[in-house]
Design a binder for this molecule. Structure first.
Ligand code: ADP
Ligand code: MG
Length: 586
């Protein structure tokens, strides 16, 4: 196969290799099941040799107690085990997914009824149920498939239902609904594709369990007595004393291996498929190959006499992509002095959040530092152990991540989340903890009673204040604010900027303030770094950038700031905009 085809099928990398191994294992079993009977010399039912004879050139894997050829039995067994496993799993998936879909999508009374049935069916004891049904229906293929479906549908239905419940209220579905999309359209275009990443691993896992179940059922004597599966081979071997002689070597091991190879093959394929349907997993499995691999055994020695608290030195960060690389940062260098606010401005995708993550040593895989350093008071952060970094994060350097206000935990009150941020670093009795939280809430301009609210009860601006409070709660010296005003209306933007400015002055914070919005940065920063396609194109004191920079890109940014005239300062919004553009430093 050409390497291009390999790439298209996703058969490269770790999961690709596992996929190839899985497919080969399964292919072997399928060939055995389909072409096997015409390849082997004997018939499985024929007494073709002496009982319990060891492997010979005529009987490659010897014979059983009746003198039947083991290879012939294995081949027939492969057919039975694979078909029952596959058909059983198919039945489970069809029933489980349909019920989960109906219950999750339409909800209401149907959901309540199905959920109770699922609860009850999940508590039914598997083994007695299996035996009762088996005895009632008589040992056969169909009994086995019935039992497998009955035992396993409820788990699939429950998982599908919860996935659909969360999909139903998500942005894309709501957006499509608001455009007038009907149920069938939503189910086909949004809901069903949304559950495929769940269905595929579920299916593979179900096939595996179904094959194991088939073997257990046959081992219990509930298999079809006329066509032996691998499980029934084990049953007969055990019942007829294979373990008392050497016969277990050729009578027990091969069907056991058959089961193991098939189950492993399916697991490997499942691993590969999971990555194919969830692109986000693809990057996570990638193994770091650059500087990230370096041993993290440096000492945490901070030279606090230095003028600059953070030094980003010649930093290059790449995101590997298929065969190439995306260079998110290219040889970026700048410093942040004590008590200084450095603004980083750049259009979306210019690498701003990557700088923030690289400083915090929280680059998302597959992102990796190809070269360069981030130093805190002269100490190379990449050399520190995870534990040392954990101690620094929050207490020395803090991050207000992009869209942080959406990252508050919806099931915890603000007070609980703030307490968590403190308790990550130190023990504190309840009273002083509450006092500290009240003090901080007040500092960010919120009443102490808002602490008992849940995030959804607060407005966007208030949530942003909470996130700022959380970043400051362990008294860091250096804070990175990644687009803290994006998504807020102009009036609230001004409030948040004023808040950050006053907190920064009051606490003497060093700060990196990131925004795609130059006017916002002009209001706050002492120095500005202009970023474009991962490279610094201009850097300087705010005044210089605003008035005298001769860099073309900077000039274009400055010139694109709307000039306000009397006509659009009428409304309150307009005057806030005016304050945003004209107030502050310029
Ligand atoms: P900004 O914050 O300025 O909008 P980012 O730092 O988020 O930009 O992204 C910089 C570049 O890195 C973009 O080109 C983006 O496509 C790429 N990038 C960011 N995160 C990832 C990721 N997890 N995987 C691959 N590429 C990424
Ligand atoms: Mg960003």
């Amino acid at each position: 196969m050409s390497s291009r085809l390999y790439n298209r099928l996703g058969l490269t990398g770790m999961s690709g290799k596992m996929g190839i191994i899985g497919f080969s294992m399964l292919l072997f079993m399928l060939v055995l099941a389909i072409a096997g009977p015409s390849l082997v010399k004997h018939d499985a039912k024929e007494r073709s040799g002496a009982p319990l004879s060891a492997p010979t050139s005529d009987h490659w894997l010897g014979t059983n107690d009746l003198g039947q050829d083991i290879v012939a039995e294995l081949v027939v067994g492969a057919r039975v085990s694979l078909s029952v496993g596959f058909l059983g799993a198919l039945a489970v998936m069809v029933i489980g997914t349909l019920i989960g879909l109906v219950a999750g999508y339409w909800g209401g009374r149907i959901d309540a009824i199905f959920m109770r049935i699922i609860d009850v069916s999940m508590t039914l004891p598997f083994l007695p149920l299996m035996i009762v049904i088996g005895v009632f229906m008589g040992p056969s293929w169909t009994t086995q498939i019935m039992v497998i479906a009955l035992v396993m549908w409820s788990k699939v239905a429950r998982e599908t239902r919860s996935q659909i419940l969360s999909l139903r209220t998500r942005g894309p579905v709501l957006a499509a609904r608001s455009m007038g999309a009907g149920d069938i359209y939503l189910l086909c275009k949004h809901i069903f594709p949304g559950i495929i990443p769940l269905i595929i691993p579920q299916f593979v896992q179900t096939v595996n369990v179904a094959i194991m179940m088939e073997s257990s059922l046959s081992f219990l004597g509930l298999g079809d007595p006329l066509t032996k599966s691998w499980g029934s081979m084990l049953y007969y071997a055990n019942a007829r004393g294979a373990f008392l002689t050497d016969a277990w070597l050729w009578w027990v091991l091969p069907p056991g291996l058959g089961i193991v190879i098939t189950v492993l093959g399916f697991s490997f394929i499942g691993y590969w498929m999971e990555e194919r349907v969830s692109p986000r997993l693809r990057s996570v499995y990638r193994v770091a190959s650059g500087k990230n691999k370096q041993a993290r055994n440096g000492k945490l020695t901070l030279d606090e006499s230095l003028n600059s608290i953070i030094e980003v030195d010649n930093l290059t960060v790449v995101y590997p992509k298929d065969q190439g690389m995306v260079k998110a940062l290219n040889q970026v260098s700048f410093k942040v002095g004590k008590g200084e606010v450095v603004g980083i401005v750049g259009e979306s995708g210019s690498g701003k959040s990557t700088i923030a993550a690289a400083i915090m040593q929280l680059l998302k895989p597959p992102g990796e530092v190809q070269q360069g350093y981030v130093r805190l008071y002269g100490c190379d952060l990449a050399s520190l152990s995870m534990e040392e970094l954990r101690k620094l994060r929050g207490s020395k350097i803090a991050l207000i991540p992009q869209a942080a206000m959406n990252a508050l935990n919806p099931v915890l009150t603000i007070r609980k989340q703030m307490a968590e941020a403190v308790l990550c670093h130190r023990r504190m009795d309840k009273e002083s903890l509450n006092r500290r939280i009240d003090q901080l809430l007040e500092q960010v301009g919120m009443a102490a009673r808002t602490g008992s609210s849940y995030p959804h009860e607060l407005s966007g601006g208030m949530r942003q204040r909470v996130v700022i409070a959380m970043a400051l709660i362990n008294e860091p010296e250096f804070v990175i604010a990644d687009e803290p005003t994006t998504g807020l209306d102009v009036k609230v933007q001004v409030e948040i900027i004023n808040l950050l400015r006053s907190l920064q002055k009051q606490l003497g914070l060093s700060m990196i303030f990131i925004s795609h919005d130059l006017p916002v940065v002009l209001r706050l920063a002492d120095r500005i770094v202009i970023l474009k396609h991962g490279e610094i194109v201009d850097e300087g004191a705010t005044e210089r950038i605003a008035y005298t920079s001769d860099n073309l890109y900077t000039r274009r940014l400055i010139d694109s700031i709307p000039r306000l005239n009397k006509r659009n300062i009428h409304a309150d919004q307009g005057s806030q905009q005016a304050e945003l553009v004209l107030g502050g430093t310029i």
